[in-house]
Design a protein around this ligand. Structure first.
Ligand code: ATP
Ligand code: PAF
Ligand code: BAL
Length: 285
């Protein structure tokens, strides 16, 4: 596995792979890798000749300086995990390398970013779109892999690809969970033992809400209320949002409609650790 630190070396590597007729997959990450990331890498390796994984804790997408400072950084352990998963090149740049000057370009994804993560983390998707665009330009992948744990992020990146005519196939992957249901996340490492013990309640709330949606007897607001009550029954949680949304427009659902695909999305703090999760339900008849 090659380890690349500069934008120029990534660009040169990707160009030489392209010239050799190889298919390139990009898996962007912020590191502290877990099985959720590794499944993306393995899927990419099964589909492409070259798998570029980027590890970069991107400062421009953090709206909270402490969250950025405390974000887990484990480059040696990550490197050891990536080789058997099929990564062929690891891109590990510094902040100065990715931002030799402050990026002034601003993205506006309209209604897609005025809800949920975009509403609660001002500037977050501008930072995500900036770094993902840079990575796309530098590596010019045929495919790029993202996890559905960040459902809104996948929608934003799909819009980015369409608006900027990136010739890239997006592959999105289902959320990988711990045996007790907790969505795998790099931030789980920062949970106290007490917080980790109650964390699966988030997925239980999503399942409870999914059961109510599928039974079809209660309005969206009652689904939201039931899930909120369930999470808040555990005082360690500070729930930021629990939303019942259209899975494609991401807008809150006030009345059920035929053929609608529903996503249930949440964000909650356990201590100072902020976790997100979601489930996306099959389209309704
Ligand atoms: N449990 C998971 N299942 C599937 N994909 C995941 C999972 N966790 C993260 N990913 C995906 O991996 C990519 C990199 O994510 P990232 O490095 O931010 O990890 P993370 O675990 O989501 O960390 P955190 O949520 O703490 O920032 C993203 O596309 C993300 O959606
Ligand atoms: C896509 C990404 C790597 C951009 O920094 C990040 O938002 C993430 O890890 O999901
Ligand atoms: N996976 C989302 C990256 C972030 O929380 O900034």
């Amino acid at each position: 596995m090659e380890i690349l630190h500069t934008a120029a070396s990534l660009q040169a590597h990707a160009e030489s792979c392209r010239r050799a007729g190889q298919r390139i997959a990009l898996v962007p990450t912020m590191g502290a890798l877990h099985e959720g990331h590794l499944q993306l890498v393995r899927a990419a390796a099964a589909a492409c000749d070259v798998v570029i994984v980027s590890i970069f804790v991107n400062p421009t997408q953090f709206n909270n300086a402490e969250d950025f400072r405390l974000y887990p950084r484990l480059p040696e352990a990550d490197t050891a995990l990536l080789i058997p998963a099929g990564c062929t090149a690891l891109f590990l740049p510094s902040v100065e390398e990715m931002y030799p000057q402050p990026a002034l370009l601003r993205f506006d994804f309209g209604a897609l970013e005025r809800v949920m993560e975009g509403a609660h983390r001002p500037g977050h998707f501008n930072g995500v779109a900036t770094i993902v665009s840079k990575l796309f330009h530098l590596s010019r992948p045929h495919q790029a892999y993202f996890g559905q744990k960040d459902w809104q992020q996948v929608s934003i990146i799909r819009q980015l690809v369409a608006d900027l005519s990136f010739d890239i196939e997006l592959v999105s992957f289902p959320t990988v969970r711990e045996p007790d249901g907790l969505a795998m996340s790099s931030r789980n490492r920062r949970l106290s033992a007490e917080a980790r013990a109650v964390a699966p309640r988030l997925y239980q709330a999503l399942e409870l809400a999914a059961g109510l949606v599928q039974a079809g007897q209660v309005p969206p607001a009652a689904v939201q209320e039931a899930a909120t009550t369930y999470i808040q029954a555990e005082p360690l949680f500070r729930l930021e949002y629990f939303e019942v949304v259209d899975a494609h427009t991401l807008q809150p659902i006030t009345e059920w409609q035929p053929s609608q695909q529903v996503a249930l999305c949440l964000a909650a703090f356990l201590g100072d650790v902020r976790l997100i999760d979601n489930v996306v339900l099959p389209a309704r008849n």
